[in-house]
Design a protein around this ligand. Sequence first.
Ligand code: ADP
Length: 176
Amino acid sequence: MNYDPRVFWLFGRSGAGKTTLALRLRDELAGRGVPLIYLDGDEMRSTLCSDLGFQSDARLENHRRIAEVARLLANQGLNVVVSTMAPEHSQRDLAAKILGKKLVWFYIHAPLEVCMQRDPKGIYKRALEGKVHQLINYPFENPRSIEMENRIDTDAHTVEECHQKILAAVMIRPTS
Ligand code: ADP
């Protein structure tokens, strides 16, 4: 790849397929010798952001920290893959403000029913049991057109097909 480092940010509901596709992308780019760091939203939550709760301002601060770390890494020549839910406009707006042209969104989408059926982390089950704060009621605010430039429908395509679509978008980014 011959361009400035980018931050490839995969966002979408829990169970949409962000982690699966982010890891696939990380491994693919690593295999091609592309310098890259993966920032997993859950790992960031349990480390750098472990002091934060889940209220609106805390979710925003969580995204601010991740975006700032991604910016620092990209400024030092590393591509960055991020996966978080980023369910609200406020979080996406802040990430966009911090990262500017470095940021490339990937909207990883599957219908809520499909995500609930997959439930890879057991979050929906725990939410239905009342053990997870409000998760299902969190508004997942529909992405705006710029955030949907790369929309990946994981219920309609295999992991490999989705990966190839992401990879094609990653590889054609021009130098700014
Ligand atoms: P998230 O990180 O968005 O919460 P995960 O990647 O952890 O989601 O889990 C998604 C689940 O959906 C995995 O079990 C994965 O195998 C499955 N899955 C089925 N089809 C796809 C697809 N096309 N892309 C990504 N994941 C898929």
